[in-house]
Design a binder for this molecule. Structure first.
Ligand SMILES: Cc1cc2nc3c(=O)[nH]c(=O)nc-3n(C[C@H](O)[C@H](O)[C@H](O)COP(=O)(O)O)c2cc1C
Length: 172
């Protein structure tokens, strides 16, 4: 599949079918996350694969997030683990851990699309509650929870601004 085809086809899927995800497809999605770049190539990340229905229900009930967490057969929790060698603030002033995690998540979302699966990046949840439910250490940051699963393909597509609104050349 062409990269642009996947980029144009991917959507944030909000409703999932009760169909299990094949292990080889899950592995391909995780592998995509593993291949993502990271600051200093530090790869300070961990992907928690949550399939246990009781845990997904607990995440839904206690972390205050959307129904898709309970509905999707798989939830991938992307965490940033402590970096012993580098400060989190990069010279540009930005924090590196959410960017590293977002790149892994973006790669996973595209591979999931190529595998015929839906995903949705989630930011609306209580990270401390997620840590409690899943036994995640204090010094690890939970950056997103991403449901993964099959869907019925009927969700309307959301628009993007035209390039002319986004791009300028040479000067802002
Ligand atoms: C950082 C981030 C946080 C998001 N958080 C949520 C969320 O908590 N719940 C949700 O339903 N969608 C969430 N989304 C999905 C966006 O709403 C979605 O990407 C956007 O509306 C564009 O839709 P599309 O991805 O289908 O093109 C999030 C996306 C990003 C990038």
């Amino acid at each position: 599949m062409e990269v642009l085809e996947a980029l144009r086809g991917r959507q944030s899927i909000k409703s999932y079918l009760p169909i299990p995800v094949e292990e080889e497809k899950l592995q391909a999605v995780l592998e995509a996350g593993r291949l993502a770049p990271s600051s200093y190539n530090s790869q300070c990340r961990k992907f928690l694969v949550v399939t246990d229905p009781a845990l997904r229900k607990a995440l839904h009930d206690r972390a205050g997030t959307q129904p898709m967490i309970e509905q999707a057969p798989v939830v991938i929790v992307i965490c940033a683990t402590p970096d012993q060698e580098h400060a989190d603030a990069m010279p540009c002033g930005e924090s590196k851990h959410p960017i590293d995690a977002a790149l892994s998540g973006a790669y996973m979302m595209l591979e999931a699309y190529a595998q015929g699966l839906g995903t949705c990046w989630l930011g609306a949840f209580d990270a401390e509650a997620v840590k409690e439910v899943l036994g995640i250490p204090r010094d690890v940051k939970v950056v997103t929870m991403m449901p993964l699963g099959y869907h019925d393909g009927t969700q309307p597509r959301r628009d993007r601004k035209p390039l002319e609104e986004l791009v300028s050349r040479n000067r802002f």
